[in-house]
Design a protein around this ligand. Structure first.
Ligand code: DAH
Length: 361
């Protein structure tokens, strides 16, 4: 009996010793160290258990049970201490990491980045024309000869082809050639082929011409417009362009001059100048776009009956519009990827152009 009672009191002492040790653990790392030491294979509990074999058979059961009880109490205590420490760690983190939601937003990468002026003008145009009921249409940069010229009433050998300084791809075995589109006008064709009037679209995008000097770059941007309906006339064309110019240059009035011109895909054709007072330079006229009533041949080429349908089209250079509106002197700077230039002329990513909130912020 003596052995058992000695064993029991030894176990009791061990239990209180271990519980005291658990209680001293000040954080989760310390507690883990205690757990490994106490419950490990060579730890005190395991050592006690190993005495079992040396005891007389009648004492083993009671001793084993007592030892298991100690183990259970110690394990429970470890878990309780872990829960307490975890909660304390969370409390400490919450107290430490408190966020003051009343602070102003810190400038992050979004606020540092800049929108390229051409992209800005692109978005401004889309906003203005969307308000007038136009959709945005798109076409590929690589076009067929037929789309870029043929269907637009510019047959082979037409002098207008020379003016376009086209980048051609090598001819295919059947003799046809792909090219980089020289204007956004082929999107007119694609649109008329794919949907029925009434049509009201703009098509902004990249265009390419083999030309490079101070005022020409081999890639530049245009925005095309097309309206087709049964009663569309030149009055509509002039009104749309006037509304566009007022909204774009953010002025209440703009002087416009329509000069007779020639494009194979319109008849009559006009070039449009605006009075430069709109951009703070009174006394000058600035050419900004070409336009006209869609040529009947173009309608026929797209399967539309010119007796029933008519409409207008226009095309303008986005880069030129950007230079005029934002006073950029050199076209080549648009494509020089100079960060200092972009920081100066660029626009905040967070200021989306809207008619209500102001186009240019
Ligand atoms: N495609 C012409 C060019 O690149 C611009 C143009 C003129 C487009 C008159 C039109 C238009 O839609 O009606 O020079």
């Amino acid at each position: 009996m003596t052995g058992t009672s000695t064993g029991t009191s030894e176990l009791e002492a061990l239990q209180s010793e271990l519980l005291a040790e658990i209680a001293t653990a000040q954080d989760l790392a310390q507690l883990e160290a205690v757990r490994v030491k106490v419950t490990g294979k060579k730890g005190p509990i395991a050592q006690q258990m190993s005495k079992l074999a040396t005891l007389p058979a009648e004492e083993r059961k009671a001793f084993g049970a007592a030892n298991n009880a100690v183990k259970a109490v110690v394990t429970q205590s470890l878990e309780a201490r872990r829960a307490d420490l975890e909660e304390a760690a969370l409390e400490a983190r919450l107290a430490h990491e408190r966020a003051d939601v009343t602070l102003p937003v810190r400038p992050g990468p979004e606020a540092l980045g800049r929108i390229h002026p051409v992209s800005q003008v692109f978005d401004e145009c889309v906003e203005i024309f969307a308000d007038l009921g136009f959709d945005v249409a798109e076409g590929p940069d690589i076009e067929t000869d037929e789309m870029n010229f043929g269907k637009l009433n510019i047959p082979a050998e037409h002098p207008a082809r020379q003016e376009h300084d086209t980048f051609y791809f090598p001819p295919k075995p059947d003799g046809s050639r792909l090219l980089l589109r020289t204007h956004t006008s082929p999107v007119q064709i694609r649109t008329m082929q794919n949907r029925r009037p009434p049509i009201r679209i703009i098509a902004p995008g990249r265009v390419y011409r083999c030309d490079s000097d101070q005022t020409h770059t081999p890639m530049f941007h245009q925005i095309e417009g097309l309206v087709i309906d049964e009663t569309t006339h030149m009055g509509h064309l002039k009104w749309v362009l006037e509304e566009f110019c007022k909204a774009f240059f953010e002025v209440s009035d703009v002087k416009m001059r329509f000069r007779a011109s020639h494009f194979p895909f319109t008849e009559p054709s006009m070039e449009v100048d605006i009075g430069a007072e709109a951009i703070g330079k009174p006394g000058q006229w600035l050419e900004i776009l070409g336009c006209g009533m869609v040529h009947p041949n173009v309608l026929i080429n797209c399967g539309l009956d010119p007796e029933k349908y008519q409409g207008f089209a226009f095309g303008m250079g986005l880069d030129r519009l950007t230079m005029l509106k934002y006073g950029v002197p050199d076209l080549r700077a648009f494509f020089s990827a100079d960060l200092r230039w972009l920081r100066h002329y660029g626009f905040s990513v967070l200021d989306t152009p809207t008619l209500g909130g102001g186009l240019s912020g």
